[in-house]
Structures are given as structure tokens and as C-alpha cells.
Write a new protein. Structure first.
Ligand code: NAP
Length: 316
């Protein structure tokens, strides 16, 4: 494998794959590094229905496969490896990876985010035995069973809708009175007779013997603590950015990377795209857009670096 590249993209979700497509199409020697299967969080989507121009809902796996195939068709290379560090020396970035050292003139961080945990007793213990963070992956195991969904954002509402196709005993708990999710989703939840909504309610404990059997819920300002028998707990309470490779790049208090409108971070030549960066709205379409902008501006940056190198005096 070539060790010196124009552009290296870290992360193979919608943002990274879009960046790879745009980078390769701009004739950059483009390498995308991903430690898992390409696709990122989009892989978990049952039916993607709000991507412009795609009328029939498409499975997240199929959509991701198309992104990957398109990026590779334009000439991007995909490497299965973990990046352990990114540093900068002069105009070059040096990436240490499990497949060796790679140098690049620009780097796009598209490392995404990881799901948050509630942090209550039983959550870690029952992971894989009733506690899940992926309805598409684990929902079918609980067909017809009692399922509890935690969260009040788009993910919780989307996933509760999905789970309600598998069971008519879905309870959605949210810690506040009002949902954070888009109104259209909330309306669908409210009108779904298979979903029972419990607001101002928090999970205090997840209980069971070999697998989840019940949760301890607390209705804030209401009936206090009570047990609810459930077979599964699906947690969708947001995510934390995977920004540890961003070095000295400026982040917000949540750890998300700050970029300008060109997706460039506070480190020249280091770009960020998708869920890892500060953004008011996180969608597949915004991730793809971030990736395209980042690759385009990385190409301009790389042109500048190459022009500087070409005009530098011999030996410098
Ligand atoms: P989110 O929008 O950050 O919502 C997280 C929800 O979890 C909030 O309602 C929050 O409550 C609640 N929460 C946070 N910490 C909690 C805790 N410790 N205990 C209980 N509840 C807690 O996260 P998300 O729903 O994962 O969405 C992330 C991004 O992806 C958003 O930009 C979203 O629009 C996007 N997304 C879009 C779609 C779609 O368009 N169909 C689907 C999925 C995700 P509070 O409201 O009280 O803060």
C-alpha cells in the first residue's frame, strides 16, 4: 500500500464516504481508513426515508453500500485499519495506523459519534441480554415482547416507530414534558396506538436474573418509583463525538470539533465532517454535504501545498 497520499479520510460513514467520492473525483490520491465495515451509523437505519431524491425508503446497509461503491468507482481506496494518532510535521500529516505509518497533505476526520449510556445499575450487566442501542439489530429478538425505549430525540422516536412494527407493547419514556424530535416524528408517535408514552419519566435501574425482566422507573413529580416488567430496554439518548484524533483542534464543551464553513478545523489542513463536528442538525444528508464540502476545500488546500512545494528553492 502507498504510504504517501494527497488526502486521507478517517471514518467510513456517510460523511467519510461522500468525502472519499468527492476527493477521488477531484483527482486526489484519496485513502479512506475505517476500522469496521464502511457505513457507520447509517448501517443501523431500517428505512431511510428523508434523503432528497430517494422516494422509496432505502435500507441503511444498501444505501451505505452504494456510497462505498460510488467512492471506489471514482478511484478512492478503502483501508481496513485503526488510526492510533494524527500529528503534523510542516505541511504533512503523519498518521500512525495498525497497518503502518501513512502521510497525507490533508486529513478529514469523519469519525462520527458513539451512543451514550444512561449509567444506571444493570445497564452494563444486561448489555446483549436485553439492553440494546440498536433497534434494527436487536428488535427482531423481541417480537411480540414488552420493550422500553428511552429518549426524546429523533433517534428514540424513529426507533420506537420501528419497534412498534414488531410489538404492540412498546413504552417510550422521556425525562421531560416535551420531545426534542422533529414535529412530524412526534406526531406519528402520538398517533401510534402500539406505543405508550410516559413523559417526565426516568429509568433508575434495569433488573433481571439471566436477562432483562423489569426496570425501575421514576415519574418525576408524580407517582415516584415503580417497577415495570419489560423484556428489553432500547437506549437512544444521543451520542458523544469521537474526536480523540483531533489533537489541538478546537472543540466545544461536548468534545465536538469546531469547523469553519469550509469544514476546516483550527489546524490548517485538518478538516472535520459529519457527527464529529459541531452542527445544529445531524442527518445523513448533512453528513454527505459536510463530506463534499470538506473534500472540495481539502483539494484547494492540497493545491496550495503542492504549489508551495513546487516553487520552494531546491533543497528546502
Ligand atoms: P438528541 O437529539 O441529542 O436527543 C437525545 C435525547 O435523549 C433527548 O431527548 C435528551 O433529553 C435525552 N437524554 C439525553 N441524556 C439523557 C439521559 N442521561 N437520560 C435520559 N434521557 C437523556 O440525540 P438523537 O436522538 O440520538 O439524535 C442525534 C442527532 O441525529 C440529531 O441531530 C437528530 O436530528 C439526528 N437523527 C435524525 C433522525 C431522522 O431525521 N430521522 C434519526 C435519528 C437521529 P432532553 O430532550 O431532555 O435533552
Amino acid at each position: 500500500m502507498k504510504q504517501e497520499r494527497d488526502l486521507v479520510i478517517i471514518g467510513g460513514g456517510a460523511a467519510g464516504l461522500s468525502a472519499a467520492q468527492y476527493g477521488a473525483r477531484a483527482n486526489l490520491d484519496t485513502l479512506l481508513i475505517e476500522e469496521m465495515a464502511p457505513g457507520g451509523q447509517a448501517l443501523l437505519i431500517d428505512g431511510l426515508e428523508n434523503y432528497p431524491g430517494i422516494l422509496e425508503p432505502i435500507n441503511g446497509y444498501d444505501f451505505s453500500e452504494r456510497l462505498r461503491a460510488q467512492a471506489e468507482a471514482f478511484g478512492a481506496e478503502i483501508l481496513s485499519a485503526s488510526v492510533t494518532s494524527v500529528s503534523k510535521s510542516g505541511d504533512r500529516f503523519i498518521l500512525e495506523t495498525t497497518e503502518g505509518r501513512i502521510e497525507a497533505l490533508a486529513v478529514i476526520l469523519a469519525t462520527g459519534a458513539v451512543h451514550r449510556h444512561i449509567g444506571v445499575p444493570g445497564e452494563e450487566e444486561f448489555q446483549g441480554r436485553g439492553v440494546s442501542y440498536c433497534a434494527t439489530c436487536d428488535g427482531p429478538f423481541f417480537k411480540g415482547k414488552r420493550m422500553l425505549v428511552v429518549g426524546g430525540g429523533d433517534a428514540a422516536c424513529d426507533e420506537a416507530m420501528f419497534l412498534s412494527k414488531l410489538s404492540d407493547r412498546v413504552i417510550l419514556t422521556h425525562r421531560r414534558e416535551a420531545f426534542r424530535a422533529q414535529k412530524s416524528l412526534v406526531d406519528r408517535i402520538l398517533n401510534n396506538p402500539r406505543i405508550e408514552i410516559r413523559l417526565n419519566t426516568v429509568v433508575r435501574e434495569i433488573k433481571g436474573s439471566k436477562k432483562v425482566e423489569a426496570v425501575v422507573l421514576e415519574e418525576l413529580g408524580g407517582k415516584g418509583l415503580y417497577d415495570e416488567a419489560v423484556d428489553a430496554v432500547f437506549v437512544f439518548i444521543g451520542s458523544d463525538p469521537k474526536s480523540s484524533l483531533a489533537g489541538s483542534a478546537t472543540r466545544d464543551e461536548a468534545g465536538s470539533i469546531l469547523t469553519d464553513e469550509r469544514m476546516e478545523t483550527s489546524v490548517t489542513g485538518l478538516f472535520a465532517a459529519g457527527d464529529v463536528r459541531v452542527s445544529p442538525f445531524r442527518q445523513i444528508v448533512t453528513a454527505c454535504s459536510d463530506g463534499a464540502v470538506a473534500a472540495h476545500c481539502a483539494a484547494l488546500h492540497i493545491d496550495g501545498v503542492k504549489a508551495g512545494q513546487a516553487s520552494a528553492p531546491q533543497g528546502s
